[in-house]
Design a binder for this molecule. Structure first.
Ligand code: ADP
Length: 151
C-alpha cells in the first residue's frame, strides 16, 4: 500500500492544509494526518480538539486517517509502514526550513521520501499561527479554516 504521513501541529487545521491533502489524495492509497504532540511546544488547542476537527473535515474521505504521535516523524512513519512524508510549501522560507528537515529525515531513514505540494496562491498567507493570532484578538477566522473549526 502506498501510504503517506502528513505530519504537523494542525493547531488548528486550516484551508491550506485541507487543500494539500485533497490534492495529494490521487497519489496515495492512504494519507495519515498525524498530529504531532510536542510537550515543549505549547498549543492553543488540545490534541483531542485538533484531532476531532481534522476527523470531521475528512469524515467522508475513506483514504484519510487521523492519528496523534510523539517523537520523530520518521519513527512514526516506520511504525505505520509509510514510505512518504507529505508537506506543503508556501514560500521560500518554507522551502529552506523543509529542505533541512527533509534532508535530515533522509539521513535518518533513507527509505522514506518527502513529497511537497505547492500551496494554492490564495492559501499562501494562511498559517495556523496567523489563525491563532486572529483568534486571540477576537477576529473572524471563517475563510481561513474549514467550517467545522468552531470556537
Ligand atoms: P508544523 O508545526 O510542522 O509546521 P503545521 O500544522 O503548521 O505544522 O503545518 C503542517 C504542514 O502544512 C507543513 O508542511 C506546512 O508547510 C503545511 N502548510 C501549512 N499551511 C499551509 C498552507 N496555507 N498551504 C500549504 N501548506 C501549508
Amino acid at each position: 500500500m502506498n501510504r503517506a504521513v502528513f505530519p504537523g501541529s494542525f493547531d488548528p487545521i486550516t484551508l491550506g492544509h485541507v487543500s494539500v491533502v485533497n490534492r495529494a489524495l490521487p497519489l496515495f492509497d492512504e494519507i495519515i494526518i498525524a498530529i504531532g504532540i510536542n510537550s515543549e511546544k505549547r498549543s492553543m488547542f488540545s490534541s483531542l480538539q485538533r484531532k476531532q476537527w481534522v476527523e470531521k473535515v475528512f469524515k467522508d474521505e475513506p483514504k484519510v486517517r487521523v492519528d496523534t504521535f510523539e517523537g520523530l516523524t520518521v519513527d512514526y512513519c516506520k511504525k505505520v509502514h509509510a514510505r512518504f512524508i507529505l508537506r506543503g510549501l508556501r514560500t521560500s522560507a518554507d522551502f529552506e526550513f523543509e529542505r533541512g528537515i527533509g534532508q535530515v529525515n533522509r539521513k535518518l531513514a533513507p527509505q522514506i521520501d518527502t513529497i511537497f505540494i505547492l500551496t494554492e496562491a490564495e492559501y499562501t498567507p494562511v498559517s495556523s499561527s496567523i489563525v491563532r493570532d486572529v483568534v486571540r484578538h477576537g477576529g473572524d477566522i471563517s475563510g481561513l479554516v474549514p467550517d467545522v473549526v468552531k470556537l
